[in-house]
Design a protein around this ligand. Structure first.
Ligand code: SAM
Length: 301
């Protein structure tokens, strides 16, 4: 959703933007092009492999791109290090990059057979998905499968995981897929979601504490915008989108921001055809309210 992001941020020449999930640098590159000749981009990512790829891609922009290996919950700290009090726009494109899913070898996908790691930042995070599965009590496993995966068979799967790990501790994604399939009375079908989808989502969210970090980040991002500055968030599942929607509504009620639109923007059918993983994307945008202005005045997008 590059066009929608640029429009949401209303990227201007010569201003400073943050891409809080720089990933492989696609959106960052578009922001740098649109803000040329002197616009700056501060890019954050907690995945060192993705960040190295973004660094190579953004190298032609020289000192206009400044990248940091960190979690976006450290936004305020990073801006202080850059001697900045506020920026013109902030983008967050949540979730995983295709690189992480398909080639990282860290077990984010149930398609192959990889070590059950799922850490986005293996340099600072200590608990892998395998460790979580092998050590957490059954009740906690059941809770995360239910709350973070919205998995209807959460209890059955948690019970089966605890039985299976007594025989052989979990090490690989294939072991987990097999255990899920043994636990539930549903067979895989090409028409439905793969039965392991929700358990994999729950584990990934738990290992990386994704919802907690998003909730910590959003108020910092709103505080870090100049008046009329813009925050654009792309979410890919209902749990993260709910946090974004709720935070934006609360901030609007408090007079801090104005929502750019009531309903989130969705990718066009052409974009979904080009990139099927974009199908669940929801883009929400807010504008920071300038003190003393009518927050409902300007209509955008
Ligand atoms: C969907 S990708 C972003 C793709 C990017 N917009 C692009 O154009 O290439 C999401 C990225 O966010 C990173 N990420 C997820 N949660 C993060 C967090 N809490 N702090 C920093 N980076 C995070 C992931 O490592 C991943 O690289």
């Amino acid at each position: 959703m590059v066009a929608e992001v640029l429009q949401g941020l209303q990227v201007q020449p010569d201003r400073t933007y943050v891409d809080a999930t720089v990933g492989l640098g696609g959106h960052a590159e578009a922001i740098l092009q649109q803000s040329s000749p002197t616009g700056r981009l501060i890019g954050l990512d907690q995945d060192p492999v993705n960040l190295a790829k973004a660094r190579a891609r953004l190298q032609p922009f020289g000192s206009r791109a400044l990248l940091f290996h960190c979690n976006f919950k450290q936004l305020t700290e990073v801006l202080e290090r850059c001697h900045l009090t506020a920026v013109a726009g902030i983008l967050v494109d949540l979730g995983l990059s295709m690189e992480q899913l398909k080639v990282s070898g860290r077990g984010f996908s149930f398609g192959g057979d990889e070590p059950l790691d799922m850490r986005m930042n293996p340099e600072t995070q200590t608990q892998t998905a395998a460790e979580l599965l092998n050590t957490w009590p059954e009740a906690d496993l059941s809770r995360i499968f239910w709350e973070l995966g919205e998995e209807r068979w959460a209890r059955r799967i948690a019970r089966r995981v605890v039985q299976a790990r007594r025989q052989r501790p979990f090490q690989t994604t294939a072991q987990l897929v097999q255990t899920v399939l043994q636990a539930i009375p549903v067979k895989p079908s090409s028409r439905r979601l793969h039965p392991a989808t929700r358990v994999f989502q729950a584990l990934r969210l738990a290992v990386n504490q994704e919802l907690e970090h998003l909730a910590e980040f959003l108020p910092q991002a709103i505080a870090a915008l100049v008046p009329q500055g813009r925050l654009v968030v792309i979410a890919y599942h209902s749990l993260e989108d709910r946090i974004v929607k709720h935070t934006f509504l609360q901030a609007e009620k408090a007079g801090q921001v104005r929502r750019c639109q009531k309903k989130p923007l969705r990718p066009t059918p052409a974009e979904v055809q080009r990139n099927p993983s974009a199908r669940s994307a929801k883009l929400r945008c807010v504008v920071k309210t300038a003190p003393g202005t009518d927050s409902a005045r300007e209509e955008v997008m």
